[in-house]
Design a protein around this ligand. Structure first.
Ligand SMILES: [Zn+2]
Length: 143
């Protein structure tokens, strides 16, 4: 028996990923009493059992003096953690742009409702003529 834990797995492809990883694609026969294949099968079972929509991560603490690792098991047809983060960042940028636009609109409305002194010396909104702050400005102050 080989010392290589992958010796019973059928390597289909391998190579570096665009985000700095290395990917092995293997076919594992779960019916064989092979340690690595059983571990992979167990990880897939956890993914199913936990009803994880994308992936399950296992933090592996290897002992004193050894660098711990994280093992990510995901459905092959679902996004990687990297892809999910990139999508979240894109949504965040879109929301930031919308927020900036909304802020600009609020400031334009606020500028229309600045106060002015009426003939009796009272401060009134120059647009809706209410005593200041008018309902519009009070509403904008709560946003
Ligand atoms: Zn007003």
């Amino acid at each position: 028996m080989s010392d290589d834990p992958l010796h019973n797995l059928h390597l289909q492809s391998s190579g570096n990923t665009a985000d700095g990883g290395f990917r092995l694609s293997v076919a594992a026969d779960e019916t064989r009493n092979d340690g690595v294949a059983l571990v992979f099968a167990g990880m897939a079972d956890i993914l199913e059992r936990e009803d994880a929509p994308n992936y399950v991560e296992f933090d592996l603490h290897r002992g004193v003096g050894k660098r711990p690792v994280s093992v990510c098991v995901r459905w092959l047809d679902r996004p990687t953690p990297h892809e999910l983060r990139r999508t979240a960042e894109e949504h965040s940028m879109q929301l930031r742009t919308v927020n900036q636009h909304l802020h600009a609109v609020i400031e334009r409305v606020r500028a229309l409702h600045t106060s002015m002194t009426d003939n009796d010396g009272y401060l009134r909104c120059r647009t809706c003529r209410q005593y200041t702050p008018c309902d519009t400005v009070r509403t904008l102050d709560r946003i």
